[in-house]
Design a protein around this ligand. Structure first.
Ligand SMILES: Cc1cc2nc3c(=O)[nH]c(=O)nc-3n(C[C@H](O)[C@H](O)[C@H](O)COP(=O)(O)O)c2cc1C
Length: 371
């Protein structure tokens, strides 16, 4: 696998270029990390030059096209990104080979938040695939630190080795898993509050199964089921579920999917068709999740919230859901959905109170199985 590393500082003693050289040093034989040293030679971008590309711009584009992923480390200048990295990205805006490219962003110092946020926004606007799990802030001071000092810091070595593993995994999975790693309107995994909560849950853990379990337990235990607790408002978007600390099962599954995706773990939505009060009819949909864990494949989890008679858990490969299928009319609906079903969105966005949602729970048309 090939990673092209771009650094947005031209300083000889740049921390950002030192970080990328450290990543190159730590890379296993299966990963080639190449540092592009020509960003300072790029002329200022001018669309008029598209027809006669300067040699260095051509070289940048060729190397971007040949890379499986990009790794960018760039400092903050006056609460913005540096001209060096912005100019380089401007040369890639009109370049087809950049679209969908997996990109990880390393922020060397915690105080440089403005540039980090801006850089991510620019990359997303340019249709890059941001590898959230590998895009981290390093706990470094903004002073002259070289490669040797970085290699002598166990925490930095561990973080940068983790970045390599996560980039490698993202590149391997992205073609099939992209829909299950993407941020969207309702599973807004790139919302700053989701990114922050996901990072908090992953802090101190490198094992993906442990991180997935922490995300599951957080949503199951800390986010209150709206009907169990009779809590308004009705939430649907993952970030709203997080900020209001409540949601129906469907909404809680949106939050869990978002937290997992923000940690680079593929996650989808599953549905069951269950009776509402034990005796059919009526029926309603019940929302839960499936998470992709490398040793097991897709594994279903249900974070709706435990209560007497409901004891869902995370214990792969054993499935421990909230509701077993009790009769022949109930069913596990097939499929792992990347996005919520339209009937679920309708129920959660067209009703104002938890009581109204309860009396209009979503269901499928049982005859033709449509929603
Ligand atoms: C012109 C200039 C502007 C800077 N503005 C900021 C800033 O707004 N916020 C910040 O955290 N650091 C700022 N810094 C500090 C740099 O981010 C810091 O020195 C960093 O180490 C530079 O990256 P480098 O070592 O890769 O060159 C600025 C430095 C320079 C030279």
């Amino acid at each position: 696998m090939k990673i092209l590393a771009l650094y947005g500082s031209l300083r000889a003693a740049s921390i950002n270029s030192a970080v990328l050289r450290t990543v190159r040093y730590l890379a296993p034989a299966s990963i080639e990390v190449r540092l592009f040293s020509g960003l300072g030679d790029l002329p200022l971008y001018n669309p008029d030059l598209e027809s006669t590309l300067p040699a260095v711009a051509k070289q940048l584009r060729n190397e971007v096209a040949a890379a499986d992923a990009l790794l960018i480390a760039s400092p903050e200048y006056a609460h913005g990104v540096t001209g060096t990295i912005k100019n380089a990205l401007d040369w890639l805006v009109a370049f087809e080979g950049f679209v969908d490219k997996p990109v990880a962003v390393l922020n060397a110092t915690p105080r440089a938040q403005h540039a980090d946020t801006e850089l991510r926004e620019t990359l997303i606007t340019m249709s890059a695939t941001l590898i959230e799990a590998a895009s981290i802030t390093l706990p470094l001071p903004s002073a002259n630190i070289g490669e040797a000092e970085l290699l002598a810091m166990p925490e930095i070595v561990s973080l940068l080795s983790g970045v390599l593993t996560k980039v490698q995994r993202a590149v391997k999975w992205l073609p099939d898993m992209k829909p299950y790693l993407s941020s969207s309107l309702y599973i807004d995994s790139q919302h700053p509050a989701i990114v922050a909560q996901a990072a908090k849950l992953a802090e101190g853990y490198s094992d993906e199964e442990a991180i997935a379990k922490r995300c599951f337990e957080f949503v199951r235990d800390e986010i209150k089921h709206s009907w169990d607790y009779r809590l308004n408002p009705v939430t649907c978007k993952a970030s709203d579920v997080l900020s209001h600390v409540t949601g129906y099962c469907y909404a809680k599954s949106h939050l869990l999917a978002a937290l997992l995706r923000a940690n680079g773990i593929p996650a989808g939505l599953c549905y069951q068709r269950l009776t509402i009060d034990g005796d059919p009819p009526p029926f309603c949909l019940h929302g839960l999740n499936a998470v992709y864990l490398e040793p097991y494949g897709w594994y279903r989890i249900d974070a709706r919230g435990n209560k007497p008679g409901v004891a869902a858990d995370f214990c792969p490969p054993l499935e421990k859901l909230a509701f077993p299928i009790m009769n022949s009319l109930e069913q596990d609906l097939p499929g792992i959905h990347a996005e919520p079903l339209p009937a679920v969105i309708k129920a959660l966005t067209e009703h104002q109170t938890v009581e109204q949602v309860y009396h209009n729970l979503p269901d499928i048309d049982h005859q033709n199985q449509s929603v």
